[in-house]
Design a protein around this ligand. Structure first.
Ligand code: NAP
Length: 231
């Protein structure tokens, strides 16, 4: 049985990943800020080899190390999905500040802290896949409209980190995917998004299945459709 660890699994894309992986018979460890408040997640089948809900806060760099010490056995899929978009950092004029530092911490540095804490568990698994939930907004080549300083900057930083991880973890057989889920109808994506969470997660899980034993996919930035995105 495969075992996935997914951050930000109490709502949106992370919740749907947990749901679909459980349906496929995976063991899912869902890492959320507030396990007590994660009622939709906790309604999914819990127990031995099904769903475990654990506490994780992307603003606390010790959080991944504590989790890695708590969780037994290998992790086949490590999915750094939790992310944020701060409205204060959207427009030129007052973007730089604490909110932007927080965005970089949650969107770029925390995923790296997670991979650093869990690399051994991924390397000893069967599947050996790390997925980083990035965004097309982090593509510099695709930036035709400006703004979005904190979100664009932090996702571009995540992309650079993901590329380095793909090189540094290659000799341990780990495949690192950098993913854009599409524009999805979640709290972050809003009601006008082009995809449902079901559609986006089905596409992302197809990509992850293709990445199993496929080092040629490591360090690439994929649209949910499977196309490579420009950096
Ligand atoms: P969402 O519904 O807003 O969910 C965001 C998730 O991240 C929540 O579970 C949230 O937990 C968690 N999170 C935020 N800050 C955290 C922190 N400090 N520590 C731990 N968890 C934290 O957004 P979503 O659309 O599902 O987004 C998931 C990922 O996809 C993000 O990385 C986002 O950037 C990316 N993405 C989304 C879209 C889109 O169109 N939706 C497009 C491109 C990329 P709480 O519930 O506790 O706040």
């Amino acid at each position: 049985m495969f075992h996935a660890l997914i951050t930000g699994a109490n709502r949106g894309l992370g919740l749907e990943h947990a749901r679909q992986l459980l349906e496929r018979g995976w063991h899912v460890t869902a890492a959320v800020r507030d396990p007590d408040a994660a009622s939709e997640l906790k309604a999914l089948p819990q127990g031995e080899g099904k769903l475990d809900v654990v506490a994780y806060d992307a603003t606390d760099f010790e959080s991944p190390k504590r989790l890695a010490a708590e969780i037994d056995g290998p992790i086949d899929l490590l999915f750094a999905n939790a992310g944020m978009m701060a409205p204060e950092t959207r427009s030129f004029g007052s973007a730089a500040g604490e909110a932007m530092a927080l965005e970089f911490q949650v969107n770029a540095i925390a995923p790296l802290a997670l991979v650093e804490a869990f690399a051994d568990k991924v390397a000893t698994s069967e599947m050996k896949v790390v997925a980083l939930q990035s965004s097309r907004m982090g593509s510099i080549a695709d930036n035709g409209s400006g703004g979005g300083y904190g979100y664009r900057g932090s996702k571009a930083a995540l992309n650079a980190i993901g590329k380095s991880l793909s090189h540094d973890l290659a000799d341990r057989g780990i495949v690192v995917l950098i993913l854009h889920p599409g524009w999805v109808r979640t709290d972050m994506g809003g009601p006008n998004g082009q995809l449902t969470v079901q559609e986006s997660v089905e596409g992302q899980l197809d990509l992850i299945a293709r990445a199993y034993g496929n080092p040629a996919m490591s360090g690439r930035f994929f649209h949910v459709s499977g196309q490579d995105l420009p950096w």
